[in-house]
Design a binder for this molecule. Structure first.
Ligand SMILES: NC(=O)c1ccc[n+]([C@@H]2O[C@H](COP(=O)([O-])OP(=O)(O)OC[C@H]3O[C@@H](n4cnc5c(N)ncnc54)[C@H](OP(=O)(O)O)[C@@H]3O)[C@@H](O)[C@H]2O)c1
Length: 89
């Protein structure tokens, strides 16, 4: 994928990616939107998650200002914006 194509991809952030609703939502989004770049955050990263090419799981406790700041820095290394923010927590 070229850089320009990546920049045009829809970027979706799912908060609560390890939860019942969040994990089901990510599964559906990954299948239905194969060109989207999907990010999931939760405090605990589940090592048993399925490998989904267009999904990136990041650890973040949104109640912690320090963790949020670290997440934003990490996220901004690869993305400039969020098209959809889905909070399932
Ligand atoms: N499931 C249902 O049938 C249902 C029905 C009606 C309403 N709801 C509501 O919908 C929401 C989601 O339900 P669910 O069943 O998917 O809940 P869940 O399985 O408990 O999932 C909650 C998610 O939020 C994450 N989370 C919690 N605190 C966090 C924090 N400080 N920072 C980052 N991530 C955090 C959890 O991951 P970590 O613990 O790893 O951080 C987990 O991924 C809840 O508010 C629930 O009350 C659910």
């Amino acid at each position: 994928m070229t850089l320009s194509a990546e920049m045009k991809s829809e970027v979706i952030l799912v908060v609560g990616s390890s939860g019942s609703i969040g994990s089901a939502l990510i599964d559906q989004l990954a299948q239905r939107k194969p060109t989207a770049q999907i990010y999931g955050i939760s405090r605990v990263l589940d090592g048993a998650k399925k490998a989904q090419a267009n999904v990136t799981y990041l650890q973040c406790d949104y109640a912690s200002e320090q963790a949020l700041s670290a997440f934003v820095s990490q996220f901004k290394e690869n993305q400039t914006h969020i098209d959809q923010l889905l909070v399932t927590s």
